[in-house]
Design a protein around this ligand. Structure first.
Ligand code: PMV
Length: 326
């Protein structure tokens, strides 16, 4: 029987997270860690999902699992929504077996859930139609993110679908940035998982309490993203990294950093990084550091000594890819 297969990359936000929710641009790059999804027709109309995170079967509003973990429905729901959104889009009622394999750390700001949603949409789309455009895949995958948190900018789905380094604006528009040099990036994982929706909500509440102050932070963030895009185009990593440091300060001011994130960012800099900041929603999760070219392992050592898990990553130029398998 034919299988629809797809892979989609993880991401790290280099500048502008949170402020992107308020309409400012952000810079994000796809990285070389992927989720892979396969989809195969099965009898009936239920959607059966197997993954490293849990297994279960959805039949309309009913959910059955043999998993002992009670959180499994919440984990699998975005995969069901992604699958269902393609079936609805193609006006089909089918049963499906969906299998997810991912090497992307979960819940730490590297876009694991978006990569899985994007790959799910592409795999199911490929199985039944094969003509979903990358923009269609982005839009359908965004439905699942709306379940995960209410007010997503769409940045994670966009970069996972298109790949490369993107200058992104909420609403689904992005420009691909060409950087003439490699980006020597090192991620530092605090190992503390967190919920993006809760952090987006905490920033919203601070914005509600202090609109004048927060609006100024948002404006500064937008300005530094524009400067950052110009620096990247010239390959000026030093200047870009300085902007990352300032961006970390803005995120501290927005209330989303933690003691562990600050510690890892300082440790990365002490080990020679040009700049470092938290990446993604914060509240735990990861930092991203820009090292000097060829010096990533020194920065990784510094992160490790400070109690973090270092991950040396490369930019991924390719976004979602899909194919059929027998
Ligand atoms: O998926 P995360 O945790 O990396 O966060 C996404 C980035 C935010 O700007 C915090 C939220 C959004 O929708 O843009």
């Amino acid at each position: 029987m034919l299988k629809g297969c797809a892979t989609a990359p993880a991401k790290t936000i280099l500048l502008g997270e949170h402020f992107v929710v308020y309409g400012e641009p952000a810079i994000v790059t796809a990285i070389d860690r992927k989720a892979k999804v396969t989809a195969q027709e099965s009898p009936g109309t239920s959607i059966h999902i197997t993954s490293d995170l849990g297994c279960g079967t959805f039949e309309g509003a009913d959910f059955k699992t043999s998993d002992s973990c009670r959180k499994v429905r919440r984990i699998l729901e975005p995969i069901r929504i992604s699958t269902q959104s393609v079936l609805d889009y193609l006006k089909l009622k089918r049963g499906l077996d969906v299998n997810v394999e991912s090497v992307i750390p979960v819940g730490v700001g590297l876009g694991s859930s978006s990569a899985i949603s994007v790959a799910t949409v592409a795999a199911v789309g490929r199985l039944f139609d094969g003509r979903l455009s990358t923009s269609d895949i982005f839009s359908l995958a965004l439905d699942a993110e709306k379940f995960v948190h209410g007010n997503p900018s769409g940045i994670d789905q966009q970069v996972s679908a298109f790949g490369g380094i993107l200058l992104y604006r909420k609403g689904g528009t992005s420009t691909r940035l060409q950087c003439p040099v490699e980006l020597p990036l090192v991620i530092g994982n605090t190992g503390e998982s967190r919920t993006t929706g809760r952090l987006v909500e905490s920033v919203r509440q601070r914005h509600e309490r202090l609109p004048n102050i927060m609006n100024q932070l948002i404006k500064v963030a937008g300005g530094l993203v524009e400067e950052g895009a110009a620096a990247l185009k010239k390959g000026d990593l030093q200047r870009f990294a300085e902007l990352m440091d300032i961006n970390h300060g803005l995120l501290v001011s927005a209330g989303v950093s933690t003691e562990a994130l600050d510690r890892l960012a300082h440790a990365a800099k002490a080990a020679g990084a040009l700049g470092a900041k938290l990446t993604g929603a914060g509240g735990g999760g990861c930092i991203v550091a820009m090292s000097e070219p060829g010096e990533q392992s020194k920065v990784a050592e510094g992160i490790k000594r400070a109690g973090g898990e270092p991950i040396i990553v490369e930019k991924a130029d390719t976004g979602v890819q899909s194919w059929l398998e027998k």
